[in-house]
Write a protein that binds this ligand. Structure first.
Ligand code: MN
Ligand code: MN
Length: 334
């Protein structure tokens, strides 16, 4: 997703390009989409209570590679009020618990052609005992399931609005109205995004709320649409934690290990965000944390902070990637 203030920053880095996808490109997008969709189904079957988050993430990223793709970003597993941008740091001990609302957001690319999709899963009590807050397990479960359903319905209604020539404001309106009809709120300061080759967030932002946005989408645009649903106030804030990073620029750096780390990052993840998990093999572990801190301090890399719902309420998410067509769109992650 695009955090809106960050969108302004990114828009300066990447120019927006309009083109109609060639058959060649569509085939690559379809392949990336299939990998994401199969991996998403496997992840939903795999996730269960008491599992380590890092095991789910490694399973997802491993499957993407096994199927012939590459992760387009570190798999995000964001739980309950954590809305997005959580991926496991190396040696993450945290686990998924009964009663959790788990959002799995995954992306794969094939030669830089990216598919991005997310699904939410409620980890239910097998023995239908009361949930850990002591409330009636049934109604707690119902609320979570209703939010998940609302996210899917909002995604469906957004997809139905999409075709060549449509204003982005109309997509946001469909999302917000669907969610409000279910008596929930969309997250207003998160949005979907356009995708270009090698670039996950390429310039357009697809709103999750009604807004005056007369920007037009065109045949051949690739869009990730991702409504977020909450029973809270519907805004996210940065937390202090960051586990997903992005290369920004080369910088003169004195610390040898940090310089080496930046070279590895630039070579492998120049336009794609990365996790520390993907880098620990390359650097002596005793220098790794200091090297990362050096790169952050010198603004050679950018931290994507973990995002949390402002009123600490739970959030559900659904996401698909689509290619805009003259009379509709093709969902590549179905
Ligand atoms: Mn996305
Ligand atoms: Mn996503």
């Amino acid at each position: 997703m695009v955090v809106l203030y960050e969108y302004i920053f990114r828009a300066k880095l990447f120019c927006i390009t309009f083109y109609v996808c060639s058959d060649f490109m569509i085939e690559k997008y379809k392949k990336a989409g299939k990998i994401v969709s199969k991996t998403r189904s496997l992840a939903v079957e795999y996730v269960k209570a008491d599992m380590k988050i890092i095991d789910l993430i490694k399973y997802v990223e491993g499957n993407i590679v096994e199927m012939g793709g590459m992760p387009a970003f570190p798999c995000n597993v964001s739980i309950n009020e954590i809305t997005a941008h959580y991926t496991s740091p190396p040696d993450d001990e945290s686990t998924i618990k009964k009663g959790d609302l788990v959002k799995i957001d995954l992306g794969a690319h094939v030669d830089g052609y990216i598919a991005d999709s997310a699904i939410s899963v409620f980890i239910n009590d097998d023995d239908s005992s009361p949930t850990r807050d002591g409330s009636d397990g049934q109604s707690e479960e119902n609320l979570n399931i209703k939010m998940i359903e609302a996210a899917h319905e909002a995604l469906e209604s957004a997809i139905c609005t999409i075709k060549d020539g449509v204003e982005l404001g109309k997509v946001g309106k469909a999302i917000e109205e669907t969610i409000n009809n279910k008596k929930f709120n969309p997250i207003s300061n998160l949005a979907g995004h356009s995708i270009d080759r090698w670039i996950l967030h390429s310039g357009l932002s697809v709103p999750n709320i009604k807004e005056e946005n007369t920007q037009i989408i065109h045949e051949g645009d690739v869009l990730a649409i991702e409504p977020f649903v909450t029973n809270g106030i519907g805004r996210v804030d940065d937390t202090n934690d960051a586990y997903i990073f992005m290369f920004l620029r080369k910088r003169p750096i004195r610390m040898v290990q940090a310089k080496k780390l930046l070279d590895i990052i630039e070579t492998n993840y120049k336009t794609i965000s990365f996790s520390e998990r993907w880098l620990t093999d390359h650097i002596d572990p005793k220098y790794f944390n200091r090297a990362m801190r050096t790169l952050l301090a010198s603004r050679a890399i950018y931290p994507h902070h973990v995002l949390k719902e402002k009123s600490n309420s739970r959030v559900a998410q659904a996401e698909h990637t689509v290619i805009v067509e003259s009379d509709g769109c093709r969902v590549i992650t179905e």
